[in-house]
Design a protein around this ligand. Structure first.
Ligand code: PSU
Ligand code: MN
Length: 291
């Protein structure tokens, strides 16, 4: 398997589903390049992960990120279809699950995303591969919670069962992605990314470490009212069901509807939290490299 760069300790890996499937063009491209810039300005090194013609890419370059943001037919690659992408020489954007796998493969330990996948509402056993991957991959993941269309309480139960500590950065509540508080408790609170780094050092030194999930609430200025978000999501989920959508097709559809219903303010919140997470992750990676 090939890689386009060598791994370095002070780095933050980033996913690419958010570029290819999560946000509309050109905001997806601006966001992807913006997140890399935030990481660089904080003094760390961004590595946006993805797959091009079946090759696992250790850090997409600018032209490759542009390609991901605009090309048709880029597959959504999670854990189950990583090898299939190689076998068929697909272009693939990587989910949290696949990005965690790639992060470990290339030797990184700090990863940032917007929201992780989780347990879907409605008891249909739709559980994102992100959760078991967090459990078995010793990587530190920064996010603003789980995608808000999920059953957050069930998602936290899964993480508890599978031994993934949930760390609140500057919060004692699990954030609701577009809004800051859900009333659900995290396992421990840290005030700074440096404090998270200290926690991670102890965690990763334990035998057979799991991943650790760091949740960072969306910045206050970009936060949306919880009631508005919940109403928009309920309506979008009903529309998705009426359209007969299932599994991987549900999220892009619902996110699109939520952007429409909130007149673009959910998109603004999404961009703000992605940069915020990338910054916190970069500060943490920097602290870890100073060991
Ligand atoms: N959060 C969002 N939008 C997204 C995702 C997360 O607000 O598109 C992506 C992430 O890449 C995450 C993936 O890993 O959705 C989970 O998809 P699934 O539920 O199919 O495993
Ligand atoms: Mn799913």
């Amino acid at each position: 398997m090939t890689s386009s760069a060598v791994s370095i300790p002070n780095a933050v890996t980033l996913e690419s589903v958010v570029i290819a499937h999560g946000l509309p063009y050109p905001r997806n491209l601006e966001t992807a390049l913006g997140m890399e810039e935030v990481v660089r300005r904080a003094g760390s090194h961004p590595r946006t992960l993805g797959i091009l013609q079946g090759q696992l890419i250790n850090g997409l370059d600018k032209a490759q990120i542009e390609y991901m943001a605009t090309a048709e037919g880029v597959h959504k690659i999670s854990r189950r279809n990583l090898s299939l992408a190689r076998a068929r020489q697909w272009d693939g954007a990587t989910t949290v699950a696949a990005s965690l796998w790639l992060s470990r493969f290339f030797g990184y330990e700090v990863f940032a995303t917007g929201g992780i996948g989780g347990v879907h509402r409605g008891g249909a056993m739709d559980i994102s591969a992100d959760l078991p991957e967090l459990a078995r991959t010793p990587i530190l993941t920064f996010c603003a919670g789980a995608k808000s269309i999920l059953d957050l309480a069930a998602t936290l139960e899964f993480l508890e069962t599978w031994g993934v500590p949930v760390v609140g950065l500057g919060t004692d509540e699990f954030p609701g992605f577009f809004y800051r508080g859900t009333g659900l408790a995290v396992d421990i609170t840290c005030d700074t990314p440096e404090e998270v780094a200290d926690l991670w050092r102890i965690h990763r030194a334990m035998p057979d470490p799991s991943g650790m999930l760091v949740v960072v609430p969306v910045p206050e200025v970009a936060e949306l009212p919880k009631v508005e978000v919940e109403e928009a999501i309920q309506a979008a989920l009903r529309a998705a069901q009426a359209a007969g959508l299932r599994s991987a097709a549900v999220t892009p559809f619902v996110m699109e509807k939520v952007i429409e219903a909130t007149a673009g303010r959910s998109l603004h919140a999404n961009l703000a939290l992605l940069q915020n997470n990338a910054h916190a992750a970069a500060m943490c990676a920097l602290a870890l490299s100073r060991t």
